[in-house]
Design a protein around this ligand. Structure first.
Ligand code: PBG
Length: 361
């Protein structure tokens, strides 16, 4: 392979004016415009130097893979707006979890879908719901895999909101009571971490207290602490069938204009007992990831959401972007910004790509 950064033998970065890539022109001295002491390109000259001086190191250990479960048997249905992603029936999810664990990915994040919706989202806390049964199935098949469950009502309410609607508005405290029930049912089913994604006030503290009372002291909370009201959740809502029937989520999710408010949300969740805090969407909010990383000492996660995945996929499918390079660059940026944990639909691909890169190095 040609390394275009390599210049003449004695001047690998082409500082003397030679064209990088090995010019055949006779040596012509050129005026030096750059001071001899500041030549950062020196360390970019070869792949081994670049490896040596790399600041951000990627590992499969940083990845969490989202999995969707739906009623039925024997199916893995493709999600149109998320090429390469599937909604699984519970009997299939153990096998999928095995595949993920065999790639070295340490955790999955489970989302449920249902056919029985009502205003309270009752099915969300059913002990025989898809998520609850999927947790058990995964724990049966791959006990060592960490299972995180998304705790929300939006896929289970007939109006598609993340809480209980009273007179056209989301009632915070009634919603929190339901969200606590859902979190408890996931803990009962064997989840390692529950991840409340509703952005209502006080749900982390309420879940922590309820779980401790119920004896689930070791079930942790991965809080969607800074979750923005984003257009980039569109493809996900097709997968989870969770689009709101009226209005939008701006009365509970963060306004994309606000950064300081994200820090306030994160600090509240940590004070209420969150074990890990998450920023979402990741790529659009790298500044927030960096600020959160500086503010708290708990692990920081970032979720590269469905629309971010779909955007790369769609451009790649048209030949407008190199998928592997784009997806790895996106992952690198999220880790560089300060996330220790990255939730991404690209997790299995990234796991394979990192293995390939290691084999080549
Ligand atoms: C549920 C939830 C959503 C996502 C994760 N949990 C959708 C939403 O808030 O509307 C989005 C994930 C993605 O887009 O990949 N509240």
């Amino acid at each position: 392979m040609t390394d275009f950064n390599r210049g003449a033998q004695n001047d690998p970065v082409g500082h003397d004016g030679h064209r990088a890539g090995g010019s055949t022109e006779p040596h012509k001295p050129v005026k030096r415009w750059t001071s001899a002491v500041a030549r950062p390109r020196r360390l970019r000259a070869t792949e081994s130097l670049r490896r040596l001086t790399r600041e951000t190191r990627l590992s499969v250990d940083q990845l969490v893979y989202p999995l969707f479960v739906a009623p039925g048997d024997g199916h893995a249905r493709p999600i149109d707006a998320m090429p390469g992603q599937f909604v699984h029936s519970v009997d299939q999810v153990g096998g999928e979890a095995r595949r993920v664990a065999d790639l070295g990915i340490p955790a999955v994040l489970l989302f449920g879908r249902t056919e029985s919706k009502d205003p309270q989202g009752r099915e969300a806390s059913s002990p025989t719901g898809e998520v609850q049964r999927a947790v058990a199935a995964i724990k049966d098949t791959v006990p060592e895999l960490t299972v995180v469950t998304d705790v929300c009502l939006c896929a289970y309410t007939d109006h598609g909101h993340c809480g209980i609607v009273v007179q056209g508005a989301i009632n915070n405290d009634r919603s929190v009571a339901r969200i606590v029930d859902v979190a408890l049912s996931h803990a009962d089913a064997g989840a390692d971490l529950v991840a409340p994604s509703d952005m209502l006030d006080g749900r982390v503290g309420a879940s922590r207290t309820a779980r401790d009372t119920a004896g689930h002291v070791n079930v942790g909370i991965l809080a969607y602490a800074a979750k923005y009201a984003s257009a980039f959740y569109g493809p996900f809502r097709e997968a989870a069938d969770s689009a709101p029937e009226f209005g939008d989520r701006r009365s509970y999710q963060l306004d994309p204009s606000n950064g300081r408010e994200a820090i306030r949300e994160v600090e509240l969740d940590v004070a209420e007992g969150a074990d890990i805090v998450m920023v979402k969407p990741a790529l659009l909010n790298l500044d927030v990831v960096a600020r959160v990383r500086e503010t708290v000492t708990v692990p920081v996660a970032a979720y590269s959401v469905s629309g971010e995945y779909a955007a790369i996929k769609a451009a790649a499918a048209r030949g407008w972007i190199d998928e592997r390079m784009a997806a790895l660059e996106a992952f690198t940026s999220i880790v560089r910004a300060g996330a220790q944990i990255v939730v991404t639909y690209y997790a299995p691909d990234i796991a394979v790509w990192l293995q390939e890169d290691k084999a080549q190095a």
